[in-house]
Write a protein that binds this ligand. Structure first.
Ligand code: ADP
Ligand code: ZN
Length: 519
């Protein structure tokens, strides 16, 4: 189309003059091209790929306002600030805004390029009337995976968007998300009325990020040594507020570097101050809950560390994706323990039934990433629907191929011992039974008379702990609230010899039962 060709020239011009960039990145030009040609589009672009530009830029050159649906007020205000810095006329209509009247007047008068709103507005008739009274150029639906129950962040309000969008048939729609597996993707297209031809998927590979996934063993020490080898800014994700506080203090003490805490329980000024200090610094480390990171634009983060497992592969990708946005080498290091998976699987019980299957699949996918003796990047990219090479050369397993061992036989012994001791003892006890330890409690329970007593030899004993960990990660063993292990998942298939277990051979002799669970 001649018209959209001319528009593309104007787009390149605006890229330089409004945003100060020389080139489009990745699929940005393709997405912008579709928007300018009024074609409905779902763009799947990883965090940091530059999604906002794909609607902000058209908004600056098309007549009328681009209405942006965004799920978080904090995120909207970050976007608003950034847009205004570029001289874009932008406003928000949220419960946190006092200037509704001015905003509405400017909107109706066609004086806004961007209007950010929350999804709950979508179902309000008054809002539809407001839209009908103003010139519109585009609907941008940010975090579009929220429309799908398959997604990890389902927001019922997003379901109200479709009728709203459909009542403005001449206004094109652009849905954006960083995180969507195949099923979610198809569902988002369906829910938002975008044809399959409108799907644009950016490459997910972040070649400058080195992935490294290790067992947790005294995590403060492990993190301190990471901090000593990587001097630049870093983010450490910790599972709880309390852990954030203690780790921040321990790491500052151990390394002498500036380490700041960040979590929702801090005073707002402190939290904002710590975030600002981190963004401005060249060497600060922030220890945070996952509340940290959304909308933060710091290109030179040199490492992202996880002190426990993330929620899913999507979350892992998004959180680690905050490292190395400038393209320089960066590291993503995860420290995990078997207990992380047991706890996450226990929490599944609280999830409503309809979502349990999806949540379980998410945990399984994460466990596969964590346990693999193969390339981490290959697993990640395959998860996002790509067809990557077998090896990447820039992850722990590619750099140093781990020694693998067929542990099926030991796994069967372990599962069988768990079963025969009544599925109510922790790993330590089961280990004693299997290795035939002289132990009072074992004798009292009569477990020294079981057929599994002492059936694991010295060589095999070394593998018991990693096997237990692998079985817990994949959900074949789950720990109850009292710490007892129970069979679950494919445990029976392993016992019957229908399913193998190959694990990474441990490098050093592992210490026995008590360690490894919740440090
Ligand atoms: P996303 O929303 O996809 O995570 P953002 O829209 O926040 O990503 O953009 C990430 C960073 O990339 C921002 O700093 C943005 O200014 C920058 N950026 C976006 N497009 C370009 C481009 N074409 N060239 C250089 N930098 C860009
Ligand atoms: Zn690799």
């Amino acid at each position: 189309m001649a018209d959209s060709g001319a528009n593309l020239d104007r787009a390149r011009e605006a890229l330089r003059t409004v945003f100060g960039f020389e080139h489009f990145r990745g699929v940005q030009d393709e997405v912008v091209g579709r928007v300018l040609a009024s074609q409905p589009t779902l763009a799947i672009m990883p965090t940091g790929a530059g999604k906002s530009l794909t609607y902000q830029l058209p908004a600056t050159i098309l007549p009328g306002t681009c209405v942006v649906i965004s799920p978080l007020i904090a995120l909207m205000h970050d976007q608003l600030r950034a847009a205004r810095t570029n001289g874009i006329r932008a406003a928000t209509l949220t419960s946190a805004d006092a200037d509704w009247r001015e905003t509405q007047d400017a909107f109706r008068a066609g004086e806004l390029d961007l209007l950010y709103v929350a999804p709950e507005r979508a179902s309000q008739p008054a809002f539809r009337d407001l839209l009908a009274s103003a010139p519109l150029c585009l609907f941008a639906i940010d975090e579009a995976h929220c429309v799908s129950e398959w997604g990890h962040d389902f927001r019922p309000d997003y379901r109200q968007l479709r009728p709203l969008l459909d009542s403005f048939p001449d206004v094109p729609r652009l849905a954006l998300t960083a995180t969507a597996d195949h099923r979610t993707r198809a569902d988002v297209l369906d829910q938002l009325g975008i044809p399959a031809a409108g799907l644009i998927v950016a490459g997910f590979d972040r070649p400058n990020i080195r992935y490294d996934i290790r067992h947790r063993q005294g995590v403060a020490g492990q993190l301190a040594s990471l901090m000593r080898s990587v001097p630049g800014p870093g983010i450490v994700y910790a599972p709880t507020r309390a852990k954030v506080e203690t780790l921040a203090a321990q790491l500052a003490q151990a390394t002498g570097r500036t380490v700041l805490p960040y979590h929702a329980g801090l005073e707002p000024q402190v939290r904002a101050g710590n975030q600002a200090a981190f963004v401005a610094s060249e060497d600060t480390v922030i220890v945070a809950t996952i509340a940290f990171g959304m909308g933060i634009d710091k290109p030179d983060v040199r490492f992202v560390a996880h002190a426990g497992i993330p929620k899913s592969i999507e979350a892992y990708y998004q959180e680690t994706g905050r490292a190395g946005r400038d393209g320089d080498p960066a590291q993503a290091v995860m420290f995990w323990a078997a207990g992380d998976f047991s706890q996450a699987r226990q929490r599944l019980v609280e999830v409503d039934e309809g979502r349990q299957q999806g949540e379980r699949a998410r945990l399984d996918a994460l466990a596969a990433l964590v346990e693999t003796p193969g390339c981490r990047r290959a697993i990640l990219l395959r998860h996002f629907g790509e067809d990557p090479p077998e090896r990447c050369g820039n992850c722990d397993n590619c750099l140093e191929a781990p020694d693998v061992v067929d542990a099926t036989e030991i796994a069967r012994k372990l599962l069988s011992a768990v079963y025969r001791t009544g599925q109510s003892f922790g790993f330590g006890h089961v280990q004693k039974v299997l290795t035939g330890a002289e132990d009072e409690r074992v004798r009292q329970r009569g477990h020294d008379r079981l057929s599994v007593f002492g059936i694991v030899g010295e060589d095999e004993a070394r593998l018991l702990q990693p096997v237990s960990r692998a079985l817990q990660a994949r959900g074949s063993l789950v720990a109850t609230e009292h710490g007892g292990l129970m069979l679950a998942g494919d445990a029976r298939a392993i016992l019957k010899g229908e399913q193998d277990l190959v694990i990474v051979r441990p490098q050093k002799p592992e210490r026995g039962g008590r360690r490894g669970r919740n440090q």
